[in-house]
Design a protein around this ligand. Sequence first.
Ligand SMILES: C[S@@+](CC[C@H](N)C(=O)[O-])C[C@H]1O[C@@H](n2cnc3c(N)ncnc32)[C@H](O)[C@@H]1O
Length: 253
Amino acid sequence: MDQQAGASTASDEAGTHRRITSFVQQRNRLTEGQTHAWDRLWTAFGLDVADVVSGLVPYDPPAWFGRRAPLVLEIGSGTGESTALQAAAAPEVDHLAVEVFEPGLAQLLMRIDEAGLTNLRLLRGDAVDLLRERVPPGSLTEVRIFFPDPWPKRRHHKRRLVQPAFVTLVASRLAPGGVLHLATDWAHYAAQMRAVCSGEPLLENTSTAADGWTPQPAGRPETKFERRALAEGRDVRDLVFRRISAPHPQPPN
Ligand SMILES: C[S@@+](CC[C@H](N)C(=O)[O-])C[C@H]1O[C@@H](n2cnc3c(N)ncnc32)[C@H](O)[C@@H]1O
């Protein structure tokens, strides 16, 4: 599959190549409750992206869920506040949540348990690797990215997840008619998302507003990040882009 889509590399002073990621890998300790949930539930509901990418375990959603259903992929599910609510609200749809933050995944396992969800599975690791290496083209009904890390400092903008190569990768994995739903409370990142997605030939903006924003879709629940942003006076922007079958023909020069 595409070798470089969605990833970028930089050379450090020793001349070795390291990949720029959209996250910082931290060693976070799980609370007692999270550890308990992890020990009980991870093998039933979770997989490591590295194991899927290496081929140690298959990427096979119909086998994992035990049925063939529309498939939503959420990137960076955090503690899974909206993930669990959206999965509960759409039992006919299967949901994959990809996250690197282990306590967040553990928290989501607890939510799965509490709500008795059967249509949600978790993947621990980098969503870019999963998309690039294992998710077949045209296989996703929806990709959700809610409140991705904003990397507000200018010198860190290159770490932002939503970049042209990444959006091209996501668009290729969506089925025609499938949607990419983005939300952020950082005005600069929102403008970057709108520009990058508008520049992707396989996507079209579903918004009818002149500025291209979409009012918060009824299905997206408010999260902790969102409440904090609103309390701090930042506006939240939603963007919903649809995958088209083939790029619109360009007018001749
Ligand atoms: C600011 S949090 C938002 C969490 C959640 N979406 C919400 O709205 O509450 C962004 C999350 O994205 C995760 N993340 C960033 N890049 C990622 C990647 N490439 N693959 C998987 N998760 C990623 C981070 O670990 C972090 O938990």
